[in-house]
Write a protein that binds this ligand. Sequence first.
Ligand code: ATP
Length: 269
Amino acid sequence: MTQLTVEKEQLVRPALTVSGISKTYGTGAEARQILGDITFEAYDNETVSIVGPSGAGKTTLLRCLAGLLEPTSGTVHLRDQLVTSPPEQLAVVFQDYSRSLMPWLTVQANVELPLRGKAGLTKTERHERARESLESVGLGSSGKLYPWQLSGGMQQRVAIARALAYQPTVLLMDEPFASVDAQTRSDLEDLTHRIKARYNMTILLVTHDIEESVYLGDRVIVMSGTPTTVTEIVPVDIPYPRDQITTKSTREFAELRAHVLSQIRTTTG
Ligand SMILES: Nc1ncnc2c1ncn2[C@@H]1O[C@H](COP(=O)(O)OP(=O)(O)OP(=O)(O)O)[C@@H](O)[C@H]1O
């Protein structure tokens, strides 16, 4: 192998490498294996959607990836780093924005809060990062408000801004738009496209919504079975920029959506 090939391989090292993850809850007679043998990679500037039936273990998988839960076997690497606790270069956005924001802190202070744990950032830099990420989610003028003064969709934008301020290599999103109305959901999906383009990061998105998985994904991982394994990894070769009306009206989009749905149905009987 030439030196050049070695260097190229090092350059394209995945942002996230998941190797043979399994997870069993409980022990002895109470033991229940939820995740089978999950292996995949997620690359730079890629959105990977994860879909599967309810209870398949999508949140369990995300918690293992985030270093919040220890897998029973297998490993997760963020670049070269073995994940054993929440890594610095990873941020998570959960579904329940109302519980993730501190009601007694302003929007700006909520976004700045996790940055206090980040070494080497001055107070001014923290402030500037928070301001910039609020700006990028369209809340540049809402920094002085409190979360309870905002709509649900705006609160979820604050939660997204807080994750962005961290400038993560990998952003994990667990059903992030499940608690907002349909119009807000579309707006937040388009925001996700924009922030991915702007911050050049890897996004892993767990969703129940098959249409959303295709619209946002560069690849869709379909999980199912008991214990759950990866049934198929579906490439989404739909060009950018994607648009709620035009993209979703294409035959390509309809075919991909139908394919993902059929994969979930086939494997759940
Ligand atoms: N801490 C735990 N201890 C024991 N069992 C658990 C624990 N957390 C989750 N489970 C079980 O693991 C299974 C998978 O749960 P998980 O929340 O990961 O699935 P999911 O695919 O995210 O579900 P949903 O789509 O409904 O949100 C469920 O049967 C759940 O009851």
